[in-house]
Each structure stands twice: as structure tokens, then as C-alpha cells.
Design a protein around this ligand. Structure first.
Ligand code: SF4
Length: 500
């Protein structure tokens, strides 16, 4: 290497660390710029989030207005008048004769969306059969559902039992008096938690149901839409604020009782109301307009076709029924096999309807030949309105449903009501009513199971109201001999005149 070249190399080597430093510096600067850019973006996002939060808070605050802030004197008036009235007017209800938190809890769950008169016999039977939390926790679910049959909203029963098991596991079988622990139990929302804590333990927690919202909205002339969560929260705060010292149990019950007996939805009995003198809604002549509540969407209509299949031979006098999957709509309950029709005209058609029913059931493994329509029924849930047309159908030989292929619907817990309209016997459509399929009542968690049931077994299974009514009438007409022979006779007492 020449001296000059060696010098250049030495120079390059001398400069190299500097160049590296420079490159690193540039890299750092670029990274820094990127971080700054990210930081700015984060800041921007944070600002947007804050803005959204502020808007949300403003909206919720707006929903809560006009907020009642009763002064001490008005609170004392309201509490004293209400408690005095309650001592005189309180109904003697079975769950008011106890402070047992389990019994109070059961009553509160049953009373959701259900009238007191309806609940009383159910409550008494339920407590007699399951007197303690342990009894409920250890009972077969089918038995719990059976005790609940006819009350509707069956998820309430399943949740109640699941919560009873939680109480056994977590709290040694004693309902906790702690808000967080009670609220953590399955199916226990803010209202139920407040009711249990206040009524059973006299804790100053609000229990705001529809009755309470109505009374408070009227008395304080509150115009917020009670369908909005923020308005409900505001009413809970107000109800909490109103509880007189040491009187949570009686005060909360008094408020509910006033809504149930006096401040009723359509005809508030203001002239007999203990707080009429200072009721802002009454004084403004606006009691009838309150509370404000946005209309809920009507239940979606659904047209369904069902098969009534009578057994023969060893299954004579029995009907083929299925049990719904353990999860979802009407979980674990029994019913006639049925499918959804694609539209109302196919559902109505006496040609396309039975074709569709046979095809849809065949796809599930159950091969039938519909013979004649025998009943129409309706089943109203909170979100669905079933129109059910029942076809008497023959079971074709060798038709055993492939249970695993059945896809049951999955929905949340729902309210259900049933109405049934039975058809005249109509013409003999002929056909061989076959039976003889083996007992096919396998039970699975995720698919319905099929089984032949006679009248006695029918009584012991849990059915949605509509199917219970249908089947009890079918069995009664079978007892009267109306399903035999030429099938041309009218069903005694079940003709068109029976339609509602
Ligand atoms: Fe309801 Fe009338 Fe009583 Fe007011 S005065 S709380 S509107 S019953």
C-alpha cells in the first residue's frame, strides 16, 4: 500500500465512528419524529375520546333532567306519609310474613313482569318444594322448570337455581348481605339486589321497579324517558336519597305498594293518595302523562308449522314430542316438533304449508306426512310473536331423527304467553297413521331429544304455556275418542266456537 493510500484508509477509519454516530443520530431523529407523530396521534385520539366522553356525560346529564333534589322537609313529608299509609294499607302477602332473604329473593324474581295474584300460588308451591337454598341448588333442573311452568320467562328459573348453587359454593348457603356479593349472583340485577338488601336486611339500598319509577316521575314531575338507563340511574339516586333512616325495608315496599295499589298506570287514585297534597304531577294536572316511556318495538312475527304425531302399537295414545336444547329460547322445555315457515302465505297454504313442514322436518331426520291442520296457536315472547299452525301428521316408518343434525334456535331469556285456537276435525285426509318408532328420547345438552309421551307423563313435564294448552286439549279429545275412526267427527267442545 502506498503511503497516500494508507493515509486515506487511516482517515476513513478515523472518520468511520463519526459517520456511524451521524447515521445513528439521524435514525434516532427519525424515530423521535415517529414517536412525536404517534404521540400526537395518541393525543388526538385521547382528545377525541375526552370529547366523546364529555358529550356522553352531557347527554346522560340531559337525560336525567329535570332532576329532583328534594329538601329535607319534603323528604320527611314523603317518607312519613308513605310509611304511615303502608302500615294501614299493606297487603298481607306470603313473602311479607318473613325476613328470610331466600324467600324474599324467590318472590322478587317471580314478581318480575308477573302479577301478584299469579305469583302467590307459585311462590307457595315453590317454597314448599324447595324450602331452603340447598334444596333448590340440589334439585334437578327439570323439576325447577316444572314448578315454574306457566310463569314464563324461564331463564329466571334457571338463573335462580344457578345463583342458589353460587350461594352454596361461595357463601355457605347464606344469602350475602353485601351489595357486591349479591349483585354478583346470576340473574340478580340492580332492582333485585336492592330489594333483597333492603327488605331482608334493611340496608338503605333503592329498589326501583316500574311502580317506583311511575310514582317518583309523577310526584316529582320528572319527564325523563324511563326507558333510558341514565334516567333509571337518576331515579335510583333519588330513591336512595328518600329512604328514611332505618326504614329501608318498609319504605321501599311502601313505594312499590303505592304504585301497585294507588298510583296505578292508567287511573291513579290521587284522591286517596297519602302524598297527594304535594304531588307535583297531580298539581300540574299531568299525572296521566307520566312517566314518559318510549314505545318498545313490537315482537317480530314468525310463522311456524308444527306436527302432531300420534303413536300406534306400543305408543298408542301417545304423542311424539321433543325437548329443546339446554341453552337458548325456552331451554330444556318440551314441545311439539315445529319449524319456521318462510312466509305467511306458505304457512297459510294447505298445499305448500304441509310440504314445507314435511321437508323441513325431514332435513332434521324426522320423516312425516302432514294430514290435516288441527289447530292454530299463538305464542308471544318479548321479542317474537309465534303464529303456530299444527298439522296432524303420520310418522313414516323408519323415521328416527338424527339428533345431532338438529339446529335449535338460540335466543336470550324471554317472556312468553300462549293462546290456542283449535280447528274443527275437517275431512278425513286418509293415510296410514304409523307409529312404532322406537323410544327416541336421548338427552343431549345441545340438541332437542324426542320421546313419546302419554297423558300422565305429559302432566309431569315442563311445557311452554301454548304447548301445554294444546296438548291438554289433544289428550282430552283423544279421551273422548275423537282421534280414532274416520276422523270426521267434530271435536266436542273444541269447534270454531272455542276460538278466541
Ligand atoms: Fe300518583 Fe296521584 Fe299520588 Fe301523585 S297524587 S303520587 S299521581 S296517585
Amino acid at each position: 500500500m502506498s503511503g497516500r493510500a494508507a493515509g486515506r484508509q487511516a482517515e476513513t477509519e478515523r472518520r468511520a465512528p463519526g459517520a456511524e454516530n451521524q447515521a445513528q443520530k439521524t435514525k434516532n431523529q427519525e424515530q423521535g419524529a415517529r414517536h412525536l407523530e404517534h404521540g400526537a396521534k395518541h393525543q388526538e385520539l385521547g382528545a377525541k375520546r375526552q370529547e366523546r366522553g364529555a358529550k356522553d356525560r352531557a347527554r346522560r346529564a340531559k337525560d336525567r333532567t329535570p332532576e329532583a333534589e328534594p329538601d329535607a322537609e319534603l323528604k320527611a313529608y314523603f317518607g312519613t306519609k308513605l310509611l304511615t299509609w303502608f302500615r294501614e294499607a299493606a297487603r298481607d302477602l306470603p313473602w311479607r310474613r318473613t325476613r328470610d332473604p331466600y324467600h324474599i329473593w324467590v318472590s322478587e324474581i317471580m314478581l318480575q313482569q308477573t302479577r301478584v295474584d299469579t305469583v302467590i300460588p307459585y311462590f307457595l308451591r315453590f317454597i314448599e318444594r324447595f324450602p331452603t337454598i340447598r334444596d333448590l341448588a340440589e334439585a334437578p333442573e327439570a323439576e325447577v322448570l316444572k314448578m315454574w311452568e306457566g310463569l314464563g320467562y324461564y331463564s329466571r328459573a334457571r338463573n335462580l337455581q344457578a345463583a342458589a348453587r353460587q350461594v352454596m359454593e361461595r357463601h355457605g348457603g347464606a344469602v350475602p348481605a353485601d351489595k357486591a356479593a349479591v349483585s354478583a349472583l346470576k340473574g340478580v340485577g340492580p332492582y333485585t339486589a336492592g330489594a333483597i338488601l333492603s327488605i331482608a336486611f334493611n340496608r338503605p339500598e333503592p329498589a326501583v321497579d316500574g311502580n317506583v319509577m311511575r310514582v317518583l316521575s309523577r310526584f316529582f314531575l320528572l319527564e325523563g324517558d324511563i326507558a333510558k338507563p341514565a334516567v333509571r340511574e337518576g331515579l335510583e339516586e333519588l330513591a336512595r336519597d328518600l329512604i328514611p333512616e332505618g326504614e329501608a325495608a318498609n319504605f321501599n315496599q311502601a313505594l312499590m305498594e303505592l304504585g301497585a295499589l294507588v298510583c296505578t298506570p292508567r287511573s291513579p287514585g290521587c284522591l286517596t293518595c297519602p302524598v297527594m297534597e304535594r304531588c307535583a304531577g297531580r298539581l300540574a294536572g299531568r299525572a296521566h302523562e307520566l312517566p314518559v316511556k318510549a314505545k318498545a318495538k313490537p315482537p317480530k312475527p314468525e310463522h311456524r308449522l308444527a306436527a302432531l304425531i300420534w303413536g300406534r302399537g306400543e305408543h298408542a295414545g301417545k304423542v311424539l314430542v321433543r325437548r329443546r336444547p339446554k341453552a337458548g329460547l325456552l331451554a330444556g322445555m318440551w314441545e311439539l316438533p315445529h319449524v319456521e315457515a318462510p312466509n305467511a302465505s306458505i304457512w297459510r297454504s294447505t298445499d305448500a304449508g304441509p310440504d314445507w313442514l314435511a321437508g323441513a322436518l325431514a332435513a332434521e331426520g324426522l320423516r312425516v306426512r302432514p294430514v290435516r291442520p288441527v289447530a292454530d296457536a299463538e305464542h308471544v315472547f318479548s321479542h317474537l310473536h309465534w303464529h303456530v299452525k299444527v298439522w296432524e301428521a303420520d310418522l313414516l316408518e323408519g323415521s328416527i331423527p338424527a339428533l345431532s343434525s338438529f339446529a335449535g334456535g338460540v335466543f336470550g331469556g324471554v317472556r312468553e304467553e300462549g293462546a290456542v285456537y283449535l280447528h274443527d276435525a275437517g275431512d278425513d285426509a286418509g293415510g296410514d297413521r304409523s307409529g312404532g318408532a322406537a323410544e327416541i328420547g336421548l338427552e343431549r345438552d345441545d340438541a332437542p331429544s324426542y320421546r313419546w309421551v302419554g297423558k300422565d307423563e305429559f302432566e309431569n313435564l315442563a311445557w311452554p304455556k301454548m304447548f301445554r294448552t294444546l296438548l291438554s286439549r289433544f289428550f282430552a279429545s283423544a279421551d273422548a275418542g275423537l282421534w280414532t275412526g274416520a276422523r270426521k267427527r267434530q271435536w266436542a267442545g273444541l269447534s270454531a266456537g272455542d276460538k278466541k
